[in-house]
Ligand binder design. Sequence first.
Ligand code: ATP
Length: 321
Amino acid sequence: MSLLECRDLHVWFDQTHGGQVHAVNGASFGLDAGQRFGLVGESGCGKTTTILALMGLLPPTASVAGEVRINGTDILCGGEESVRPFRWRDIAMVFQGAMNAFNPMKTVAWQIAEPMVYHGVADRAEARSRASELLELVGIPAAAGKRYPHEFSGGMRQRAAIAMALACEPKILLADEPTTALDVMVQAQVLELLTRLSDELGLALILVTHDLPVVAQTCERAAVMYGGEIVEDGPVADLYHAASHPYTRLLFAATPDLYGEERITTIPGGPPRLDSVIAGCPFRPRCDVPMERCDGEHPTLSITGPDHRAACHRNELQGAK
Ligand SMILES: Nc1ncnc2c1ncn2[C@@H]1O[C@H](COP(=O)(O)OP(=O)(O)OP(=O)(O)O)[C@@H](O)[C@H]1O
């Protein structure tokens, strides 16, 4: 049994002018303790919505279906009641832009301690001392906790946001674009920190990013999302060197490689609209190797190698590698 199991997750958003956006369409994946998993894809493909669903933090305009299990217990089935005991204590999140979300009027240490008091995991004195420990854990001297957020650099604020998410000792940490807006040196330090925390604390990590080198540097496995669906998942090395889905291949070709060398810049065309049902393969209009079948038949994930799946009709033709 995996620590986290997400099965056939669907999320729809009601639109103000009627109709729905099918933002996540049947996402399934599992995560073991200490494992680092990347969720990648272009903007708008459903990455943030997926992890907000895991936290039970979607807005009221969203409807959710599917299962999210932590150590076997379905935390989604009973709505807010069933997810609340797990949120922050078992599964925590560093939000996109979290480093800019600190209250400017409170010290950093106070803001790290507060969730512990709020969630009843520590009294104020314990929370204060644990906040100092957490700051040290993320590489900030405890004494700096007395400072205000504006006195921290961007990288320090991101470290502090990670410390805050770790306040209730979760087993799973979800990090949404944790290195965006940081310069390259600081990005590398934050990624090293996340890797160290996952190794030392056995923390399972889901890293959401559109930045593929970030995933290559940090994660063992990854899932590629396109148009709300997982279209390929597997070991990161296989996605890089032996992609089974044309989108993954083009996506990885479109990013600078690990040494910063520019390759092709974009994939022509744009992602599909998510407010209407797509009959065939959602990637068909941008695919460089389409087949007739792709127009009318929606491909499903099939095994293409050890621990490796992709949703492309070409793989079904070729059979398992
Ligand atoms: N609150 C909302 N109401 C309506 N539609 C939404 C809402 N949040 C997200 N969406 C839509 O759901 C789809 C998936 O969005 P999501 O933010 O999950 O994508 P993403 O891959 O995380 O993109 P980004 O990298 O830009 O954050 C998009 O079409 C988006 O417009």
